[in-house]
Design a protein around this ligand. Structure first.
Ligand SMILES: Nc1ncnc2c1ncn2[C@@H]1O[C@H](COP(=O)(O)OP(=O)(O)O)[C@@H](O)[C@H]1O
Ligand SMILES: Cc1ncc(COP(=O)(O)O)c(N)n1
Length: 270
């Protein structure tokens, strides 16, 4: 049938808005067969994170091998990978594979709770980013990766260049959700900058936006789209997911995974 598949390696959100749950919903909406390897189980909801339990590294490896040796994915993404052990395992598994690899370098939840151990942060930079096809940091994550602060579009461009040219990412999208003004994301692929801009929607229902955005990019790369096409679709999809958010929960609510259908983005648009 020629269906494409995508694998997410990440933590959970039992309230369904972020992490593995958001990724699988997104893969499904993009008509890609979704699979998952769970790194950490997180008790969280729209109000914040209550508790995090990391799975044993040998068991994460077993999950990975179960998928990889049976239904090898057409693209892989990582989200929450909290410890150095997990990063080493993923690097070992993905090194030398030609499957597109998308990193959402999740460090801190919107609620402020750390989702990555402090000492792991430089390991994601040094060990995993060189293996990536695309990295999708938000502004605080990009600041950590490059070591300077980002306040303007020029700063975001400068950071994007460092992440590709010095840290070795295949491409990077520095997301503008945390800056002021329009929500402007900049893609740098080592050759040129491309901007993807939407109006800033006045809402606090943005739980899981980064997860969903990078999951669309993963799904589109699984289908063989170019990085630029994938990010274009990701931007259109996340904008509608925020615009039509579902008003669920008592805190920062989840986005609407089928919001794009209300706006008319064709499901298979490049
Ligand atoms: N209020 C908003 N209005 C429109 N787009 C937004 C808004 N907040 C975030 N976005 C978009 O959502 C995507 C995720 O960005 P961001 O929220 O910065 O990521 P993260 O969830 O990793 O912090 C980006 O494409 C960004 O431009
Ligand atoms: C398991 C997991 N992964 C990622 C996020 C980040 O999502 P956000 O920063 O949009 O709340 C999260 N809250 N939980």
């Amino acid at each position: 049938m020629g269906v494409k598949s995508a694998l997410t390696i990440a933590g959970t959100d039992p309230s369904g808005g972020a992490g593995i749950q958001a990724d699988l919903k997104t893969f499904q909406e993009r008509e890609v067969y979704g699979m998952s390897v769970i790194t950490s189980v997180v008790a969280q909801n729209t109000l914040g994170v209550e508790q995090v339990e990391h799975l044993p590294i040998s068991f994460i490896e077993k999950q990975f091998d179960s998928v990889w040796n049976d239904i090898k994915p057409n693209a892989v993404k990582t989200g929450m990978i909290a410890t150095i052990d997990m990063m080493e395992l993923i690097a070992e598994k993905l090194k030398g594979s030609n499957v597109p690899y998308i990193i959402d370098p999740v460090m801190v939840a919107k609620s402020g709770h750390s989702l990555m151990e402090e000492e792991s942060r430089s390991v994601i930079r040094n060990m995993l980013i060189p293996l990536s096809t695309v990295v999708t940091p938000n502004v605080p994550e990009a600041e950590f990766l490059v070591g300077f602060s980002i306040n303007t579009q020029e700063d975001a461009e400068k950071a994007a260049k460092v992440i590709v040219e010095q840290l070795g990412a295949g491409a990077v999208v520095v997301k503008g959700g945390h800056l002021e003004g329009d929500a402007k994301d900049v893609l740098y692929d080592g050759r040129e900058f491309t901007y993807f801009t939407s109006e800033r929607l006045n809402t606090h229902h943005t739980h899981g936006t980064g997860c969903t955005f990078s999951a669309v990019i993963t799904a589109e790369l699984a289908k063989g789209r170019s990085v630029k096409q994938a990010v274009k679709t990701g931007k259109a999809y996340i904008t509608d997911a925020i615009r039509y958010s579902l008003e669920l929960g008592n805190g920062n609510g989840p986005t609407n995974q089928w919001g794009y259908r209300l706006q008319g983005l064709p499901n298979q648009e490049g």
